[in-house]
Design a protein. Structure first.
Length: 436
């Protein structure tokens, strides 16, 4: 009941209130950032904190990417591969929220992964932001005091960027390369954030996330410019090798998948309720795919397996239900061997795309609305050569371009026929009406 009145407030008023709040908090953040810098410098002068890395012939690179989400982790993999290819003798380390660490530890390009218990939910309120900042400081002291990078690379450019900058400053790296606050069109005025960097980089407007990450590294002289154009449209070989490490024949037998029969993976879950497409629509797509010879595999994590179970019932129990029954690495292997993937904007879709599996991804945002937005298909669609994105033809009131509803809303305007047309198009590698 307490949240109902907030949901009835029009979006323009909410944005105005948030804007005023940002301007009020600006002087506070400016003062706190200056105080933080002075305190760290003093502690380093007193030898409480280690001295910065002395420049040497060996590049010691630390990537700071404080995310817990699977999709965000997949999007940074092209950057990791490009950095290793361009710097074969460098020591490359990675700092990330602990939930994303196991997959990154399987990458041969990384020499070490720091798994930081920062909390999986992004901070929203002022107290949450302050608490996460303090956790970053504590995690540095607990896990990373001996880290001595010569370069810190901060690929995130909006969400949680400030906390990444705090961590980079604590390491004392002589070079701290990240996106300037000016790189985000329409962002709040935040020059205090740039004061924690030695190389604030601008640019990347409207680019895909993976390409933007490589742009940052290219501007820092760490990867060639060619890495930018390749980042969003190619498979990720490292992920393919991880999938190949699993014993597929044994896994397929355990799950009841016939060798040689093509199957489509449907992942109906999502990290946000507004990204959930109705299961009644998914059931129609299941029936149409079965009619053309595909076996359906319903995949999800343990947190949203109830959605997959509901779809299993609505689709007549003819599918193979593996929701909550597989590890992350086993799920990667399943997606590697699938003929087709369909799902909302979520982690499994990013895995499928990066593996090269033809994928249809449903978004709750209208196509071409705010290409830098946090849910823009142009920005955060999966990497890979075979991706079709399905978007609502319009926004339902009170949303404007991007859905902000607390439950499935704008995404419900996508019809099963559009999704099925997208599936057939991606299998034929051609565009389809209502998708891109």
């Amino acid at each position: 009941m307490g949240r109902d009145w907030r949901q009835r407030i029009p979006q323009p008023i909410k944005r105005r209130v948030r804007s005023v709040g940002r301007w009020v908090s600006y002087p506070v953040r400016l003062v706190l950032t200056s105080l933080f810098r002075r305190s760290v410098d003093a502690l380093r002068a007193l030898h409480v904190l280690p001295k910065p890395c002395v420049e040497s012939d060996t590049l010691r690179l630390l990537i700071v990417h404080l995310t817990s989400r699977l999709g965000d982790t997949i999007l940074v993999m092209p950057l990791i591969e490009a950095l290793r290819a361009a710097n074969p003798d460098a020591r490359i380390e990675f700092a990330v929220e602990e939930a994303a660490a196991p997959l990154l530890r399987r990458l041969p390009q990384l020499d070490h992964v720091y798994a930081l218990p920062l909390g999986q939910e992004p901070p929203v309120t002022a107290w949450q932001i302050m608490g996460r900042s303090l956790r970053v400081i504590r995690c540095y002291w607990t896990f990373m005091r001996k880290a001595a990078p010569s370069v810190c690379l901060l690929p995130r450019w909006d969400n949680d960027h400030y906390r990444s900058s705090l961590l980079a400053y604590l390491t004392g790296a002589p070079r701290r390369v990240g996106f300037s606050w000016k790189a985000v069109p329409g962002a709040e005025r935040a020059p205090y954030r740039d004061s924690l960097l030695t190389n604030p980089i601008e640019g990347g407007d409207g680019m895909h996330e993976a390409a933007r990450f490589c742009l940052l590294a290219a501007r820092a002289g760490l990867v060639p410019e060619a890495a930018i154009t390749q980042a969003s449209s190619r498979v990720v070989p490292s992920l393919q090798r991880i999938a190949g490490d699993e014993n597929w024949p044994a896994l397929a037998e355990r799950l009841g998948l016939e060798q040689g029969r093509r199957f489509a993976v449907i992942s109906p879950g999502a990290s946000m309720p507004r990204r959930l497409w109705p299961t009644t629509n998914w059931a129609q797509v299941c029936a149409q795919l079965e009619a053309i010879g595909y076996r359906i595999v319903l995949l999800s994590g343990r947190s949203d397996k109830d959605i997959a179970e509901r779809l299993y019932e609505e689709s007549g129990r003819r599918s193979v239900l593996v929701a909550g029954k597989t590890t992350l690495l086993e799920s990667v292997a399943i997606l590697q061997h699938a003929s087709l993937f369909l799902g909302s904007d979520s982690g499994p879709g990013h895995v499928a795309g990066a593996l090269g599996t033809p994928a249809v991804i449903l978004f709750a945002t209208v196509n071409d609305h705010d290409r830098n937005g946090f849910s823009s298909p142009q920005r955060i669609r999966p990497t890979g050569p075979s991706i079709v994105c399905c978007c609502p033809p319009e926004s339902l009131s009170p949303c404007e371009g991007t859905c902000h509803a607390p439950s499935a809303h704008c995404i419900a305007l996508i019809t099963p026929d559009v999704v099925m047309a997208g599936a057939l198009a991606v299998l034929r590698r051609e565009p389809s009406k209502g998708a891109f």
